[in-house]
Design a protein. Sequence first.
Length: 207
Amino acid sequence: MAESEATARAGPQTRRRGPGLEAAILEAAWEELTEAGYAALTMESVAARAKTSRAVLYRRWPSRPELVVAALRQHTNFTSPETFDTGTLRGDMLALLRHMSTRVGEIAGVLSFLLTASAEEAGISPAVLRERAIAGEPSALDAMLRRAAARGEIGPGEVSPRIAAVAVDLVRHDLIMNQAPVPDADLAQIVDDIYLPLIRRAAGTPA
């Protein structure tokens, strides 16, 4: 479909600029992704739904994967570490994992397809795509561990990023494989039996 035909079918364009226009485009991309799937999503279809031009999209996102990652990032927002400040490390991690389960669980199938289908097209690895799609996660984890050390819950030792993210990685795996929210009992088991013992050992927490 030619760009002019797609735009005509979508109706007259509305002149928007800046954040308002970007939000409309990302919402249109999200709707196309969830309704038609990644394989059928095109820059033309997103532009038509957003009532703008394909050129406007390309100025912001040079490729289809970058646009889709931006839309996913908007709908899987982990950018506020304070959201998960419950007063204990256990409570913080459970809050984050529950947030993941309810929010990311809704799009686990879409996220899985993106990571597998677009890596070659984007020219970057699935791991990099994953981090771009859920960009605020590391800052939330770092903030949790800093607060826990300040409270004396864990030792002052440096925790490697791999260990810090182990609970998040396990829950993400379940979401992608099962395409459904993770039961709360499973989240508690991950935190109590895997995450907290690893963190305490890695941080040099006194017995």
